[in-house]
Design a protein around this ligand. Structure first.
Ligand code: ADP
Ligand code: MG
Length: 240
């Protein structure tokens, strides 16, 4: 599980996480929503140790992410992260993009890495694109490839940061379907999203961030049926 304990995080004098407390259980799907600049992305980059924190602690399966003794490379292998902006290697085929990390980071043999990659690409509906170059894929296909690439490392946790926000509206559904499939499969996921139907229907709980504070967290049906915090109410009424 992921335990976030009174985490404070600043960029210079700007405090962007102001004492976050949150536990995500194994198998849970959490959606994180909130306005721009509320600290959602920063939280994700702190969880996998891309960003240091100022105080508090983040534990992943009991390992303190920011402890000096923690092997971050090892820890990151179990935390997949997919961003809004997709960054594929344009000169590598889809298959080679997906096998790269298992081969380089895990030292996996070519044959085994390709077997896993093909399986993950089939899972996300890209079984017929393995020999194509990323530039030939649609935005939705590129994001599904990014998900397959993360999954090829056999992560135990997946962090998604607005993975549909840069997509044309007609491509959003196919990526959300992939996330839903993962959720149904039991993956532990934290999804920063603007897709309220996804947050309501797929996640177990929804957290609302406002100015560096987690203003509200509740089971998803309750969160949307009866939001308690005035800022949550305001946010939801503005996007409906
Ligand atoms: P969100 O994802 O909710 O839109 P972010 O976590 O990206 O918010 O950003 C929170 C705040 O931290 C914003 O004010 C943003 O400008 C600032 N910030 C984010 N990353 C950096 C950085 N690397 N250096 C300085 N300020 C940053
Ligand atoms: Mg963000």
């Amino acid at each position: 599980m992921i335990e976030i304990k009174d985490v404070h995080k600043s960029f210079a004098t700007l405090e962007v996480l102001k004492g976050i407390n949150l536990t995500v259980e194994k198998g849970e799907v959490l959606s994180v929503i909130g306005g721009s600049g509320s600290g959602k992305s920063t939280l994700l980059t702190c969880i996998n140790g891309l960003e240091p924190i100022n105080s508090g602690a983040i534990l992943v399966d009991g390992t303190e992410v920011h402890a000096k003794s923690t092997d971050l490379n090892k820890l990151r292998r179990k935390i997949g992260i997919v961003f809004q902006q997709f960054n594929a290697f344009p000169h590598l085929t889809v298959l080679d993009n997906v096998t790269l990390a298992p081969r380089k980071v895990l030292g996996m043999g070519k044959k085994q890495a390709e077997e896993i990659a093909v399986q993950q690409l089939e899972n996300v509906g890209l079984g017929d694109k393995i020999n194509v170059y990323p530039g030939r894929l649609s935005g939705g296909q590129q994001q599904r490839m990014a998900i397959a690439r993360a999954l090829a490392m056999s992560p135990e946790y997946m962090l998604f940061d607005e993975v549909t926000s840069a997509l044309d509206p007609q491509l959003v559904g196919e990526v959300l379907d992939t996330l839903k499939m993962l959720a149904d499969d039991g993956m532990t996921m934290i999804c920063v999203t603007h897709e309220m139907a996804f947050a309501r229907d797929v996640s177990d709980r929804v957290a609302f961030f406002h100015q560096g504070v987690m203003a509200e967290i509740a089971p998803s049906d309750e969160f949307f049926r009866a939001p308690k915090h005035p800022e949550t109410q305001k946010f939801l009424s503005n996007i409906r």
